[in-house]
Write a protein that binds this ligand. Structure first.
Ligand SMILES: [Zn+2]
Length: 373
């Protein structure tokens, strides 16, 4: 399986020890990938390099620890230690004054990799890291220290074991790209909608059953990856995401079931029909005249979502898929429930007044383009 969501490459890997960059003057880099190293390379902080080394790449080795001497690498801007065996982090990593980009993808890190003390907390909160790659590690939550990196712009935590996001995720208020594909998320906190800088929200291949209405507040969102989840319905407020350029929905029950079967309707039972009559007509009855189970049942009525209908239903309803335009770029299916096949939902809510075709009449090609494209 390819998780393109968390692939991240440095475009400036260089194998020579130094190069000239017209923009930045001299940049000193050291590349030691695939060298079968078991320890962090001392060359990084020896007398010759430590004040000048800007980029250190030592991926695809067997390194288990980052030593505290890393604090000597005062000029370090980029550090790539992906594909190693690192389990713990030193607080000194966060004290490097120029460090911006850290790739620790494909290691053995988890939320216990850095223990909290006041001293460690102070070190982390002083960090200027903007890019952090922690994909393909062992995190089950987003660690406290990640949430303290308030300068983060890009956070990659795809392919971990994360089950939930804390509501304080919105502390990362400068975050533009949040990659969480291939985790075990069952829901997103409403506070995600407060992360106003977000351009990309990548949450494909999780177990999301719903997404919060608050996503509609993400004015800058361009890319929303929701494929491979358990979504049965999308909030209609999504149509307000006017800057959205990329939306993926494939591999959700909404799409799959919609393609296979549409409008499965079970004829309501006599009990449901008579109960609907009782509720719809507000019939007055004596509570002593009805069995408890029926009284209980009468309380479970649900109002039909159709604004043109005032009816209720109990367990028998019609699934109606309503297409809504996204700024003329997408036609997105929203699943809604109506009280009966004769209950007609007004199509006037579409943001485009043209071609609001009836769903049942949509051509297979059109569905493929909308649902799987
Ligand atoms: Zn209705």
């Amino acid at each position: 399986m390819t998780f393109s969501a968390f692939e991240f490459t440095i475009d400036e890997y260089v194998t020579a020890n130094s190069r000239e960059s017209s923009d930045r003057g001299w940049e000193q880099s050291l590349t030691l990938s695939s060298h079968e190293l078991v320890e962090f390379p001392e060359e990084a902080y020896n007398d010759e390099n430590r004040d000048r080394l800007n980029i250190l790449v030592a991926s695809k080795n067997q390194i288990e620890q980052i030593p505290s001497q890393i604090l000597l690498c005062t000029a370090l801007k980029r550090l790539d230690l992906s594909k190693n065996q690192i389990r713990t982090l030193p607080k000194e990593l966060f004290q490097l004054p120029n460090l911006r980009y850290v790739d620790l993808g494909s290691n053995l890190l988890c939320e216990l990799s850095l223990s909290f003390t006041d001293e460690v907390g102070n070190a982390v909160s002083s960090s200027r890291i903007t890019h952090l790659v922690l994909s393909n590690n062992k995190f089950t939550v987003i660690s406290w220290w990640v949430l303290m990196l308030e300068n983060l712009v890009h956070l990659h935590m795809g392919a971990n074991l994360i089950k939930s996001l804390p509501s304080c995720i919105d502390r990362l208020r400068n975050l533009k790209d949040l990659y969480l594909g291939g985790n075990k998320l069952m829901e997103l906190p409403e506070s995600v909608g407060s992360m106003h800088q977000l351009n990309k929200l990548i949450v494909n291949d999780n177990q999301l059953g719903t997404i919060p209405d608050t996503l509609t507040n993400l004015d800058q969102l361009k890319s929303l990856m929701l494929h491979g989840n358990r979504l049965k319905v999308l909030p209609q407020s999504l149509i307000k995401l006017e800057n959205l350029e990329e939306l993926s929905l494939r591999g959700n029950p909404l799409v799959d079931r919609f393609v296979r079967t549409m409008n499965m309707y079970h004829v309501p039972s006599l009990k449901e029909l008579s109960s609907r009559y009782v509720v719809n007509n507000r019939l007055i009855f004596n509570h002593d005249d009805l069995p408890k189970t029926l009284l209980q049942y009468l309380k479970t009525s649900q109002r039909c979502i159709n604004p043109a209908c005032s009816g209720v239903y109990f367990t028998s309803c019609v699934e109606h898929v309503k297409f809504v335009d996204f700024c003329g770029r997408f036609r997105v299916p929203f699943l809604i429930y109506l009280c009966s096949p004769s209950c007609e939902y007004p199509e006037a809510e579409s943001t485009s007044s043209s071609d609001s075709e009836p769903v049942m009449g949509a051509s297979p090609m059109h569905l493929r383009r909308v649902l799987l494209g």
